[in-house]
Design a protein around this ligand. Sequence first.
Ligand code: UDX
Length: 454
Amino acid sequence: KLIYTLPFCTIQQAASAGTGEPLQGHINPMLQLANLLYSKGFNITILHTNFNAPKISNFPHFTFISILDNERFSNLSILDFAQSFIFKQDGGDDLRDQLELLLASGKDEPVSCLITDALWHFTQSVADSLNLPRLVVRTTSLYTTIVYASIPLLDDRGYFKLDDTHLEEQVGEFPLLKVKDILKMGIKSKKDPYAELIGDMVKQTKASSGIIWNSFKELEETELERVPHDFPAPRFLIPFPKYFTASSSSLLDQDRTFFPWLDQQPPKSVVYVSFGSISQVEEKELLEIAHGLVYSKQAFLWVVRPGFVNGSTWLESLPNGFPGERGRVVKWAPQQEVLAHEAIGAFWTHSGWNSTLESVCEGVAMICSPLLGDQPLNARYMSDVSRVGVCLENGFQREEISSVIRRVMVDEEGKEIRERMRVLKQKLDVSLMKGGSSNESMESLIHFISSFQV
Ligand code: UDX
């Protein structure tokens, strides 16, 4: 059987920050799932865009076909992207042409289905026109999926227009959330191009043949009960990082030179700091982060991606002598391997969903500093529902940073968080065993795909 997956390595990543960054948070889960399905006996053909194309040599077992010469879109802002009918048009047409060729030539190995990132909403109409089932990969949590589906409602109730005096108030429709979480999502109205993009994504996810989340039942049990109401398609929850790490899909070179240093650090003594593949901070925020780390007197490993600091190449704005003996700064790291290292005591993260799930997979307590999009929702969930992290969410300020790091690394509170994380990780590990929820979800996905008439 053939399955066509389409990683989200498109103009979107450039669009997200205007920097041309690789949107690893979407590329990684698509390729992790592709690896997983391959290991279960499916053949995989990947249709991808030219811009930020995957490292094909890392996947000799897949067939790669490039479908869209999108270099010309690489300087678009997110808003331009969302408004860009050119992309939908060109992307949709190119995809349809390629799929038609593949369907015609696939007599010996018929095509089972198309699997795409939920944000590629226009692929639903392409799949429909070819009578091909389309499965959707939602690269974030069930909780975010539910909140995103309610953006029009939240707008109608006036949440996006509230001023700073309401930031700490609870959101009635989602009692877990505070108004500041909703505002941090980066939406001003349901008519924003970004909100419309999300609206299209929600609509076409509902229209899909099935939805796959990079998650697991025990993490989002309550949400799992709520989802059928909004998304009636069959649902599959599979924690991808437990099956394959994201290392082979990294578009940036991973530094490994710090491992001898990390190996020498005592167990649970190092804070790992990383804010994902697209977020950016200002120079003064970088300085606050650096000072906060030093003030905390804890050892740290900090990923500063080139492009992370708006207007700077890399670390030039930091004082001479930084990071000193207590810390290491690298441009990019094999994140999951780092999280699995026994020296790591906490993960200070932007709460991107992949980072969040990788932290749970490796049982590492989190300090959550969400910046945009789904991140504030993930952060709130981890700190208030799972209670395996604490929020550091009111900007970057050195005294607060050092005090939160010490709460998690040194104080009794940190021990309690780590214990809850240990229990959660144990539940996750059990879910992978025969009869466990993740294992069953994976088996039913395989069965579901195999059942498509070809
Ligand atoms: C984006 C959004 O920001 C995120 O909120 C959304 O859920 C997915 O899309 P990103 O910001 O890149 O993703 O964050 P995240 O989802 O955490 O993904 C980052 C990926 O890059 C992770 O798989 C992580 O392992 C990897 N990474 C990060 C590295 O391989 N090396 C690093 O040094 C840092």
